[in-house]
Write a protein that binds this ligand. Structure first.
Ligand code: ADP
Ligand code: MG
Length: 393
């Protein structure tokens, strides 16, 4: 892997692609800044070599130049984090004369944050002219946005065609952690799989069934598995068209000797937004008219045991609809329980999983929380990530 340790950036201009796509509330205030903080080691390292940085990020999925999706707040916060000795400016454009002029006027050891890269329609199209124009601003390209590397976007796979390209520290860390997880995990290796749908995790499950020793399946997707085994799941989330897939994964688990465990009991309700019934039922007597919203206490106890006996645990997808307080218990209990185990290597992947871990305040107790989302899942599935190709050469 080519990383920023490989060369000297003294008095050069470096284009740095980061992922500062932070969650924001309706007022446009940043609600979690972990994505900003994750890029800071790379920025500080380059700044310490008196480089001039052009920082690129996207925020959200803008249709137009939406005011709340501008990078102003990010530039402001980054300025505070980097401290008063580092000038941080915000460009109101992505490319063009005004950006080039502004950059020229800035000293070495400073940062220019470009406008939201997705305001330019060429970004997601992988437009070559856009890549070339951005590249013309600098001497080197540093990619620290692992989470975007499954995309053929102009600022991910385009710029490396025009500039020598290196991995930043966050990128390096993601690749190293995930490679270790893929190739040489300490065993027993247990997967705690939850989340909403089987369909979004099929590729992952098909690969992981060969790699892990045990799969613990909770969350919304467990209902499709349970239904496939003949259980009634009431009005719970169900993907009728994935029943055969679920069966085939159960079969694969048998063939490979991977233990596959499903919930024995659930918290059920009549209405997610406005629950008047909340009770624990066993899977054998699931009521026809109720919805499963969290795993039950007996399942929590069973999963805890398997997590405790593991050497490596991969967490992907919450156990229930944790966004609603009455339904958060399964996810909270398992994540905090895991957080307390010192002998278990705990890796988390997935946007909602990371949000849940942060929400429960146990982020410091996990060994590694991947920021990658879709890119992480693709990497674990063994799919090539176009954005890391030039770095791995
Ligand atoms: P990640 O982003 O970590 O990969 P997913 O996107 O797959 O996770 O799943 C997260 C979503 O799964 C959450 O929004 C959560 O509400 C939902 N979910 C979990 N359990 C259930 C359930 N029993 N019924 C419906 N949705 C569920
Ligand atoms: Mg998600």
């Amino acid at each position: 892997m080519k990383t920023i340790r490989d060369i000297d950036f003294t008095h050069s201009t470096v284009i740095v692609r980061v992922d500062m796509n932070v969650p924001m509330n309706s007022e446009g205030e940043i609600t979690s800044e972990s994505r900003i903080l994750s890029a800071v080691p790379t920025l500080n390292y380059l700044l310490a070599q008196n480089a001039k940085l052009v920082v690129i990020t996207h925020i959200g999925r803008p249709k137009n130049h939406e005011e709340v999706l501008k990078t102003d707040k990010i530039a402001q916060r980054l300025g505070q984090i980097l401290g008063p000795s580092i000038p941080v400016e915000k460009a109101d454009e992505i490319v063009g004369e005004s950006v080039a002029e502004k950059l020229k006027s800035m000293p070495y050891r400073s940062v220019l944050v470009l406008e939201n890269i997705r305001f330019n329609k060429g970004e997601t199209k992988g437009d070559d002219a856009l890549s070339r124009e951005i590249a013309s601003l600098g001497d080197y390209f540093v990619n620290d946005a692992f989470s975007c590397c499954h995309r053929n976007h102009a600022s991910i796979t385009g710029i490396p065609k025009y500039l020598p390209t290196y991995a930043g520290f966050q990128m390096e860390k993601e690749i190293n952690e995930l490679t270790q997880l893929n190739n040489t995990p300490d065993r027993p290796f247990v997967l705690l799989q939850g989340g909403a749908k089987v369909s979004s995790k099929l590729g992952l499950l098909k690969i992981l069934v060969h790699k892990v020793d045990k799969m613990l399946i909770g969350g919304g997707m467990s209902f499709t598995f349970l239904k496939a085994m003949g259980y009634n799941v009431g009005k719970s989330l169900l993907e009728e068209d994935k029943l055969e897939m679920a069966k085939s994964i159960i079969e694969l688990a048998k063939e490979t000797g991977t233990k596959l465990l499903l919930p024995r009991d659930f918290l059920v309700t009549d209405n997610i937004q406005n629950p008047s019934i909340l009770k624990i039922v066993s899977i054998q007597d699931f009521p026809d008219d109720l919805i499963g919203v969290d795993i039950g206490p007996s399942t929590i106890a069973m999963f805890k045991q398997d997590i405790k006996n593991a050497k490596t645990v991969l967490f992907n997808g919450p156990m229930g609809i944790f966004e609603y307080r009455p339904f958060e218990r399964g996810t909270r209990e398992l994540y905090t329980f895991a957080g307390d185990l010192n002998d278990v290597y705990k890796v988390a992947a997935g946007g909602d999983t990371a949000a849940a871990i942060e929400h429960f305040g146990v982020d410091n107790y996990f060994s590694y929380i991947s920021m990658g989302g879709g890119a992480t899942l693709a990497y674990i599935e063994g799919k090539p990530l176009p954005g890391i190709q030039q770095i791995m050469e």
